[in-house]
Ligand binder design. Structure first.
Ligand code: DX5
Ligand code: ZN
Length: 220
């Protein structure tokens, strides 16, 4: 069971006019995590949601809230995101001067820690941080928008990070985010991913399709 691929639907592709209901639907359809994309219009050229919305949707599910912060700076808002009910907090190391300190703050708030690597970010950024991580997120699109195409050139990086994780002997999620669909999911899994974020591909076809979409993405 623990070796099963986890699916983390990105609610960015949900219908925001009935967000609570959408979250209940993906929970019932078998989502493992709920991926919450937080964008600030500064670190990325788009704005989404913040802690107030997270606090309210927290009432709709007990699933793990996998919160992906695309904001700069990160530290001043961490407490708000933790109190709102985040379980895993992932940030981009470029957005803070001392990422190790940011990881310490996240842990101190009782949350799991994640680092996200942009397509242009070299994996060496992990050397110093990997021992402190519960999750590594590899972006397979430029962050900012859903619905973009999967960047194949990131597969080699995913393979290398899988090896780095295995060498630590620790249980660290290797999550891939961006352009995941029925065709790209198996490629990410073969490269070593064990958590797949999927916005467009989960929500495609409306709620009667969510269960089938999630099952197909998982490959089971
Ligand atoms: C992009 C976000 C992703 C994205 C995924 O900045 O981090 O989570 O919304 O969307 P799809 O699955 O549509 O590529
Ligand atoms: Zn994301």
């Amino acid at each position: 069971m623990d070796n099963q691929i986890k699916i983390s639907p990105s609610i960015l592709s949900a219908d925001f006019s009935c967000l609570g209901n959408e979250i209940e639907e993906i929970d019932n359809a078998g989502a493992d995590y709920i991926h919450v994309d937080v964008m600030d219009g500064h670190y990325v050229p788009n704005i989404t949601i913040g802690p107030e919305v997270i606090k309210d949707i927290r009432k709709c599910t007990n699933k793990v809230f996998d919160v992906h912060l695309m904001i700069e700076p990160v530290n001043p808002l961490l407490e708000n995101f933790a109190k709102a009910g985040s379980d895993i907090i992932t940030f981009h190391p470029e957005a803070e001067k001392n990422p190790k300190e940011t990881l310490r703050i996240i842990k101190g708030l009782g949350c799991k820690t994640g680092i996200s690597l942009n397509p242009a970010t070299h994996l060496s950024v992990l050397n110093d941080l990997i021992e402190e991580l519960d999750l590594i997120l590899v972006m397979t699109v430029i962050p900012g928008f859903g619905g973009q195409s999967f960047m194949d050139d990131q597969l080699v990086k995913i393979e290398s990070i899988r090896k780095m994780i295995d060498l630590t002997g620790k249980k660290i999620d290797l999550e891939v985010d961006g352009g995941i669909n029925f065709e790209t999911a198996p490629r990410a899994i073969s490269a070593g991913a064990d958590v797949l974020v999927a916005g467009t591909a989960t929500f495609k076809g409306g709620k009667t399709k969510y269960k089938e979409n999630i099952r197909k993405l998982r490959g089971s």
